[in-house]
Design a protein around this ligand. Structure first.
Ligand code: GUN
Length: 285
């Protein structure tokens, strides 16, 4: 069993981004990322702070825009429109989830697709879907990068993706399909989850349910990718972060597995920095 070390790979990528940022600055371009946070969701605050820190370390200019929980949709659209026109900003990220008075799709459609470093705009979703990707969502992109680092080629594999969020599951399905894996899609209404997960050579799970994947649900020798980050408030793992995979009991069956923390999580931010650099380069083309 090999542990897929997303933490050290992410450090390597962050260092690469730092060097590339230095290079692009010689041409007078300072890559800039704007991160918009609406409200005071503690998890979102943690993510946004971490994104900001990583930008600074990489030499990327970062602007944080904090808006009140009861901010109107119009104000948010107004802010995004200004950032779309701001030449010092190459990437715009609106942290999700948004408060309920705001229509998330409407907001994502307001972002200039060329500055859409999350890859959530329907233009970029469509490009990925037709196999001509531009900016790709950071978490699934990070997963593909981990696989590549360990010489794991999904072509021809039986892959199973559990969870169909627009942020992780759906783009993951498209990336794997583009790579010609045979993809089974599972979600909360799947009748017999184990039937599907236990046949997978490559199992990718992002549903946010701690330890939903148990030992009996995983094939011997499988490659297992855990996207879950669940903060436990009680029980054996109280105060700890655990994944959607019951790592302790599953890992011995796997050929490769991502740990939580230190697997997929750190890759998301590394890919955000990469996408910001890509967007900065696109801005001069
Ligand atoms: N909320 C949870 N994950 C993400 C992400 O990757 N991007 C944004 N914008 N919000 C999120």
């Amino acid at each position: 069993m090999t542990i897929l070390d997303g933490k050290s790979l992410s450090n390597k990528i962050k260092e690469e981004v730092k060097q590339e940022t230095k290079e692009i600055k010689k041409n007078g371009i300072i890559p800039g990322l704007a991160v918009i946070l609406v409200g005071d969701n503690p998890a979102s605050q943690t993510y946004v702070a971490s994104k900001e820190r990583s930008c600074i370390t990489a030499g990327i200019f970062s602007e944080k825009i904090a808006m009140n929980i009861d901010a109107s949709q119009e104000r948010l659209i107004d802010k995004i429109t200004k950032l779309n026109e701001d030449n010092s900003i190459h990437g715009i990220l609106v942290q999700l989830p948004l408060p309920k008075q705001i229509d998330t799709n409407k907001i994502l459609e307001t972002i200039n697709p060329k500055k859409d470093v999350d890859g959530f705009h329907m233009f970029n979703v469509g490009k990925l879907s037709i196999g001509n990707p531009s900016l790709v969502p950071c978490t699934p992109l990070g997963i593909m990068r981990i696989l590549k680092e360990y010489d794991i080629n999904p072509t021809g594999m039986d892959a199973c993706v559990v969870g169909v969020s627009n942020i992780v599951g759906k783009p993951m399905i498209n990336l794997l399909t583009n790579a010609r894996a045979t993809v089974t899609i599972c979600h909360s209404k799947t009748k017999n989850l184990k039937n599907h997960t236990s046949k997978a050579d490559l199992l990718i799970v992002g549903v946010g349910i701690p330890h939903v994947i148990t030992e009996d649900m995983v094939k011997n020798g499988a490659i297992v990718i855990d996207v879950g980050i669940n903060k436990m408030t009680c029980g054996k793992y109280k105060g700890k972060l655990v994944g959607d995979i019951d790592y302790e009991n599953v890992s011995h069956k796997c050929s490769y597995i991502t740990p939580v923390p230190g697997g997929v999580g750190p890759m998301t931010i590394a890919m955000l920095l990469k996408n910001t650099l890509t967007a900065a380069r696109m801005s001069v083309k």
